[in-house]
Design a protein around this ligand. Structure first.
Ligand SMILES: C[S@@+](CC[C@H](N)C(=O)[O-])C[C@H]1O[C@@H](n2cnc3c(N)ncnc32)[C@H](O)[C@@H]1O
Length: 365
């Protein structure tokens, strides 16, 4: 006997009446990259689901919208995992003629609600302001209001919630950019040990990204220092083998500390990169930031080191091997390249970092 239609339809109705997921809402953000690495950082960003719109601003930042998963407690966590960016900021703008208007009753209420939402996601414990004229009366009052209303201490140098207040770039008004993380994204959680001459991790990420990642890659990082290039590659995905060497025993210990903190397995040894005793063609990718002759090594020493390095790495790389080099000794490196015939070089990027402007090259045989 057929079942009553009403009953059936009720049953199926209640089955399909699962709670609908809350709709995703797009919010406005800005990505900050090292000067010279904007394209790498933006390419990584565009791979993130639910990122849309925007693009580079004249000032170099990259505007975009992102819709966090409303079911996840920290919906911005995916943005905090970007490796090519220095920082990501939530952006809110107000159509006001000057920053003083941010202190008006209604706008100030909106500013506080906005900052509360950022702190809720990021767990910031203090704040600081970055603005032209940040010691002015207006910004001093804004600082006091944030301290009082949000109970967040102001630390002008080390404040975790970095607030950039500036005129909007593409429309009238003023905007506040609030960094979503307590520390810059370039300050990696794995970095427990630092060395003089340590490489910025976003540059290491960019070098690997532009050198290509292959699961069958046997990777060598001569002059591995604190291990930045090793760890960043190990975090990027599968590979066949990865090994680093440094002549300085303290650097080897430092790299091992960081590798442990990153929970990766990477071999690092105290060996002269020019005398490893390894067989010919041991590696598919050799990647290194050579001494620049200031913090590490000397310009005179580099005159001999650079040509010897290119020759030895030609021996150690496979026939289709790649050699990725970052250096600030640009004139020397290009002179040495021009004087040899084994390697063909392509410039990958030039990046501004810590007062230096080094270049990265990808060499093939
Ligand atoms: C620019 S630092 C590398 C920084 C490293 N990428 C990091 O993130 O910490 C250069 C390193 O080369 C090492 N070095 C210099 N000459 C070397 C050689 N002949 N063999 C192995 N390591 C060497 C130095 O001890 C130093 O740690």
């Amino acid at each position: 006997m057929p079942r009553p239609t009403r009953s059936t339809s009720r049953t199926s109705g209640s089955r399909s009446a699962k709670p609908r997921p809350a709709p995703r809402r797009y919010e406005h953000f800005e990505l900050e990259a090292l000067k010279g690495l904007e394209a790498v950082a933006e390419a990584e960003l565009r791979e993130v689901p639910y990122v849309r719109g925007g693009g580079p601003l004249p000032s170099g930042g990259v505007r975009f919208q992102f819709a966090p998963d409303p079911l996840v407690k920290n919906g911005w966590e995916r943005l905090a995992r970007l490796r090519g960016a220095v920082a990501v900021y939530r952006v809110h703008s107000w159509d006001v003629p000057r920053p003083k208007a941010l202190l008006g009753h209604q706008v100030l209420g909106e500013v506080m609600a906005y900052l509360r939402s950022v702190i809720e996601m990021g767990g910031h414990q203090s704040f600081r302001l970055s603005a032209a004229g940040k010691d002015s009366e207006t910004f001093t009052r804004l600082t006091q209001e944030i301290e009082e209303q949000l109970g967040l201490p102001h630390h002008p140098e080390e404040g975790e919630l970095l607030l950039r207040v500036r005129p909007c770039e593409t429309e009238p008004g003023w905007e506040i950019l609030a960094r979503i993380t307590r520390r810059p994204l370039s300050a990696r959680a794995w970095r427990e040990c630092n060395m003089s001459g340590g490489l910025n991790a976003t540059i290491a990420y960019a070098m690997h990204r532009l050198s290509g990642q292959r699961e069958r890659d046997r990777i060598f990082n001569p002059m591995s220092g604190s291990g930045t290039l090793l760890i960043e590659r190990a975090l990027m995905g599968p590979l066949d083998a990865i090994v680093g060497v440094d002549i300085d025993p303290d650097a080897v210990k430092c790299a091992q500390t960081n590798i442990r903190a990153a929970k990766r397995e990477i071999e690092v040894a105290q060996v002269d990169a020019l005398n490893t005793g390894l067989p010919d063609r041991s590696f598919d990718l050799v990647i290194s930031d050579l001494p620049w002759g200031d913090a590490i090594g000397s310009h005179g020493g580099n005159e001999a080191l650079y040509p010897a390095f290119l020759q030895e790495m030609a021996r150690l790389t496979a026939r289709n091997g790649r050699l990725c080099i970052l250096t600030h000794e640009i004139k020397l490196f290009e002179r040495v390249l021009a004087a040899q015939t084994r390697w063909h070089a392509r410039e990958l990027f030039q990046v501004y970092s810590g007062g230096h402007y080094p270049k990265a090259y990808l060499l093939s045989k």
